[in-house]
Structure formats: structure tokens, C-alpha cells
Write a protein that binds this ligand. Sequence first.
Ligand code: NAP
Length: 239
Amino acid sequence: MKMDGKRVLVTGASRGIGEGIARHFHQRGAYVYGTATSKPDEDFGFVSEWFETDFSNRDSLSQFCTTLGEMKGFDVCVNNAGINIIKPLDQIECEDYSRIQKINLEAPYKIIRSLVPGMRTLGGGKIINVASIWSTISKTYRSLYSTTKAGLVGMTKAMAVEFAKDNILVNAISPGFTMTDLTKKSLSEEQMDELANTVPLGRFATVDEIAQVILFLASDYNSYLTGQNIVVDGGFTIV
Ligand code: NAP
């Protein structure tokens, strides 16, 4: 899946799944633009140009979108940046609601709107939104996260329909439990084993396994798949 000469935007490329996505695109010859709230201290060189932008700040997001609109000509956009807030409903503050909406929903929406005119000029493009298994099923204390990730899947479908005539294919991917540095830091070995046992494949996904599906969706091999939510969860949601 060669990406030579493709201009790819990956939001949240500083760590975790986003860093893996940036690495896979870079290794296949793409020119990768990455975002983070601040450029990481340790930069592995997968990202050719960084944008420092905080999606929870409307001015920062607005400035970033203006820049994207002026740059024109992105072939691929991966809306990966996202946060999770796990709390019982009665403890959720207005600030929590507003913050997660801005980062998980408003940012992808506005970013896509800024990029589409350029993609039209190029004769098409690929947009991939990173949702979650909690967009299709849910769990206690996930009300905010499920609201935004299900919203992101709804947005994916609506935009896929609207931009189909422009040959812009829009899909979502819903990772299940994925092994990132954050996962390792936030869960004990015992907790990870317990969770892994609930997955039919018996383990967490690697970042590479998520990135490879995104790569396919963004590649020339994908010319007819649009408006879908591809669940990459080792079978977790089917049992
Ligand atoms: P992560 O390690 O926490 O990384 C999140 C990325 O988003 C970072 O690059 C971060 O940048 C950026 N970000 C956070 N807050 C931001 C803000 N206010 N403005 C702009 N960028 C911001 O996350 P991850 O686990 O790799 O998850 C990536 C995506 O996959 C998310 O959308 C998540 O919901 C989804 N997902 C993850 C899993 C999993 O098991 N890990 C499972 C399903 C879905 P900074 O470094 O600057 O903070």
C-alpha cells in the first residue's frame, strides 16, 4: 500500500494510536502532517510538519482550520485525537461535557469542512475518523464518551453521503482495547489479563493492527467502501 507523494493529516500524532498511524504512513512514503497540543519532546521523524493546536480551545481550533483551508490539497485526513472522561452521570460537570464535545466531535467536524474544498480540487480524498467500540455498545460511566463516539459515526455517514459525488470516501474505525503506553500505565498486568480474557482473540490489539486498517481505508485499494464503521476489536462486540 504505497502512499508516495500523498499528503496526510493525522490529528493526535504525538503518542499512542496516532503515533502508530503516522509511522505507517511515513514508512509508505507519505508526507505526514501531525497535530498535538504541543510537539512531543521525542520526535521519531514520522511526522514531517507539526501543528500545535488545542482542540478544546475554539480560537486555537479556528486558527488551525483556517491554516488547513489555505494549505489546500490534503489526500488523506485521519481524525484520531480524542479524549475519554469516565464518570457517573451525576458527577459530570458542564466543563466535562463541553471539553469532550469540542475535542471528539467539533474538531473533526470543522477540520473536515476545512479540508474538503482542497480534496475536491484534487479529484477526491479519504477521511478516516477514529471512533471506538463504545460507539456501538456502552458501559457504565461511558455516557460522554459513547455520546461523542456514536456522534462521530453519525457524522461519518452523513459526510460520506454528502461528499460521495466528489469521490471523497469517509469512514470510521472503532478500535477495541488497544495496547498503548497509556494503557500500560493505567492498567495493572492483572487488569489487562482480565480484560484480554473478555476478547475472543484473547488479547489487546496492537497499535499496528489499528494503523494497518486505517492504511487500507486510505489507500488506492479502497475505492468503494464509504460511510462504514469498521470495528477492529478481536471480536469483543460480537459476544
Ligand atoms: P492518547 O494516547 O491519549 O493520545 C491522544 C492524542 O490526542 C494525543 O496526540 C494528544 O495530544 C491528542 N489530544 C488530546 N487532547 C487534545 C486536545 N485538547 N487538542 C488536540 N489534541 C489533543 O490516545 P490513544 O489511546 O492513542 O487514542 C487515540 C484515539 O483512539 C482516540 O480518539 C481514542 O478515543 C481512540 N480509541 C483508543 C482506544 C485505546 O484502547 N487506546 C480504543 C478505542 C478508541 P497531546 O500529546 O498534545 O496531549
